[in-house]
Design a protein around this ligand. Structure first.
Ligand SMILES: [Fe+2]
Ligand SMILES: [Fe+2]
Length: 134
């Protein structure tokens, strides 16, 4: 199902909230595609966007971890790496299985994102705010 942005997903940092909204929108675009029956090129393009947007977003958070010397950076970066690897696996499966794999990708990504936002990302809110990032 599609996920909606709501204020309880906020991490209290405007730049990062904006990125999370774009991330959610990309997932919802892929979700829509699962029942509008898009063509292969379009789906491949969205998966590529998802991969590059995830990399861009993770790099943003990790830049601040390094800058502020965040003590939970290692566990957080490990979750980012594992998701990046998962996206690569999904892209490979998409090549062999086609659009049939899209619902599984959307389900997995929505669960991952909701959990990651509410657990890992929220852990840095106060720390980032205390370092002047709001
Ligand atoms: Fe995030
Ligand atoms: Fe994160």
């Amino acid at each position: 199902m599609a996920i909606q942005w709501s204020d309880n997903l906020s991490v209290s940092v405007a730049e990062i909230d904006e990125q999370h909204k774009i991330f959610i929108k990309l997932l919802n675009d892929i979700y829509k595609m699962t029942f509008t029956g898009s063509n292969q090129d379009e789906a491949a393009g969205l998966l590529k966007q998802l991969e590059s947007y995830a990399a861009f977003h993770f790099a943003t958070e990790e830049k601040y971890f390094d800058k502020f010397k965040y003590d939970r950076a290692d566990e957080h970066k490990a979750e980012h790496r594992s998701l990046s690897n998962k996206i690569i696996q999904f892209k490979t499966r998409f090549v062999s299985e086609g659009a049939a794999v899209l619902p599984e990708i959307v389900d997995f990504m929505e669960d991952w994102l909701a959990d990651h936002l509410e657990v890992q990302d929220k852990k840095y809110s106060k720390f980032f705010n205390d370092n002047g990032l709001v």
